[in-house]
Design a protein around this ligand. Structure first.
Ligand SMILES: [Ca+2]
Ligand SMILES: [Ca+2]
Ligand SMILES: [Ca+2]
Length: 137
């Protein structure tokens, strides 16, 4: 085998390994795919999701206490963009949900539903016992 051929094979193998690594990374976290996910910015309180895969964001600005309710399917509910507020985030319905209330204060609430819920909080006091997984950040 010529040296050039050997090098080419090595490069090909490295590229294949890199591709697999990238693929594995983008495959996690599970269940929630980029396809079919709808983003929603809240302008009202309470703010309701629909029966779609959704990423919902709290109202714009500090000191606005939000009630955000997801619905069916897999949702990501963000109340961690602004602070100095008391936000309540409810998963509602099934699916795999991600509830974010880690906005720097410990006044918020993350409440899980029937599905599997990940709650990202500033302190465990913000996580209801309906959260299946609690992450303090
Ligand atoms: Ca808020
Ligand atoms: Ca907030
Ligand atoms: Ca908080």
């Amino acid at each position: 085998m010529g040296k050039v051929t050997q090098v080419l094979i090595m490069v090909a193998v490295l590229l294949a390994v890199a591709a697999v690594a990238v693929g594995a990374q983008s495959a996690s976290p599970p269940a929630v795919g980029a396809s079919g996910t709808v983003s929603k910015q809240c302008y009202s309180d309470p703010c309701h999701g629909s029966a779609k895969n959704e990423t919902i964001y709290e109202r714009i600005g500090d000191r606005k206490s939000d009630n955000i309710r997801g619905n069916g399917r897999n949702d990501r509910l963000h109340a961690n963009t602004y602070s100095k507020d008391t936000d309540q985030v409810y998963a509602h319905g099934g699916g795999t949900n991600y509830l974010y209330v880690n906005d720097g204060d410990t006044l918020d609430g993350a409440i899980g539903g029937r599905g599997y819920d990940y709650c990202y909080v500033d302190a465990t006091v913000e996580a209801a016992d309906t959260c299946d997984r609690v992450r303090v950040r």
